[in-house]
Design a protein around this ligand. Structure first.
Ligand code: ATP
Length: 348
């Protein structure tokens, strides 16, 4: 079932198009990450969903009904803003109760719900504290509890973890995901951090310059990027100029690689194309096979070993598990090949 849909949504600010012709369906109960570089329109898209912005064109459909003109407070949406927007002069409990208070719920009902919510986000017993008496992670939890207070149909979060240090952030990613799974609430999180998106989401929406570039599971986005932007933005990718013949053989920097059945060819045969291969799908062999290259850098990352190679000014990165470490040293001339079936070709 589709709880939430956008239809041909466009938002212009004067001459700037922040969101352009976005159509998507968000399945009920899913955890969605809106991912893209700074300024690509993620926040604007979230605000359009929440009703905090009116679209220039297009509709928001909730449970089959057009809600485009419905004001934010009349939508059953919970929100957590990047700034958290907590009220410093109110206690933790009053902050969490706020959405209930403004909706006119009784004191007793609000008190009961706040106790449940503080329990849910592991802040039981801290209801009387002021916001400034909390750590960064605790404030984050207060904002999450407040966002969930009305038992929202949809939970929207704008970069909710961006102010936290790396360790706490990773911890909160897992916590937020577990909380969402327990509640089953449809959740949409804006992030510019691809690792965060791949960790948390069932469905990732990759945006660039106001447009949706790809929608898919983290695995689909990683394994089968729709275009060069997605391949370059998600994970690390080797992007090399190539040509493709009618039989889907790929020529890269003067070396021909035979077609393989599972290669993802997203272009007509031609020149001026781009090959994308993940570092773990790059193979290094003795010189004389594959594409000749020189090892210019080796880095032991613990769980893997990274080799950086040079072919005529083109850099290629390979990753090996320590147990599969090839007998290769800095400065060696080697032959590079790309795992058949793991190669993606698209227009440059
Ligand atoms: P970030 O990750 O930096 O927050 P974002 O992907 O969330 O970026 P948006 O905040 O949605 O991007 O902004 C998209 C574009 O729209 C930007 O060019 C921004 O300057 C512009 N923009 C956003 N809000 C307004 C506004 N109220 N008035 C004019 N321009 C705006």
């Amino acid at each position: 079932m589709t709880e939430l849909s956008l239809r041909s949504m466009t938002k212009r600010f004067g001459r700037l198009t922040a969101v352009e012709d976005v159509t998507l369906d968000i399945p009920d109960g899913s955890f969605v990450c809106l991912l893209g570089p700074s300024g690509c329109g993620k926040t604007t898209l979230l605000r359009l969903l929440a009703g905090l912005e009116m679209p220039t064109e297009g509709q928001v459909i909730v449970s089959g009904e057009d809600q485009t003109a419905v004001p934010p407070e009349k939508r059953d949406f919970g929100m957590v803003f990047q700034s958290l927007a907590l009220f410093p002069h109110l206690s933790v409990a009053d902050n969490v109760a706020y959405p209930l208070t403004i909706r006119g719920r009784s004191k007793a009902e609000a008190r009961k719900r706040v106790t449940e919510l503080l329990d849910l986000v592991q802040l039981s017993g801290l209801g009387d504290r002021r916001i400034h008496q909390l750590s960064g992670g605790q404030r984050q939890r207060v904002a999450i509890a407040r966002g969930l207070a009305i038992d929202p149909k949809v939970f929207l979060l704008d970069e909710p973890l961006s102010a936290l240090d790396a360790n706490l952030r990773e911890h909160m990613q897992v916590e937020l995901r577990q909380l969402q799974q327990r509640l089953g609430v449809t959740t949409i999180v804006v992030t510019h951090d691809q690792k965060e998106a791949l960790t948390m989401a069932d469905m990732v929406i990759v945006m660039n310059e106001g447009r949706v570039q790809q929608i898919g599971s983290p695995m689909e986005i990683y394994r089968d990027p729709a275009n060069a932007f997605v391949a370059g933005f998600i994970g690390t990718s080797n992007l090399l100029p190539c040509t493709l013949d009618a039989d889907h053989n790929i020529e890269v920097l003067g070396h021909r690689f035979d077609a393989a059945e599972d290669d993802r060819i997203k272009s007509e045969p031609g020149s001026d194309l781009m090959l994308s291969v993940r570092p773990e799908d790059v193979r290094l062999e003795a010189a004389g096979t594959g594409l000749p290259a020189k090892v210019i850098f080796i880095r032991d990352l613990g769980e893997s070993i990274q080799y950086v190679l040079d072919h005529d000014g083109h850099e290629i990165t390979a990753l090996y598990a320590p147990s599969a470490r090839p007998d290769i040293d800095l400065g060696d001339e080697v032959g590079v090949s790309f795992a058949p079936g793991k190669r993606v070709v698209f227009p440059a």
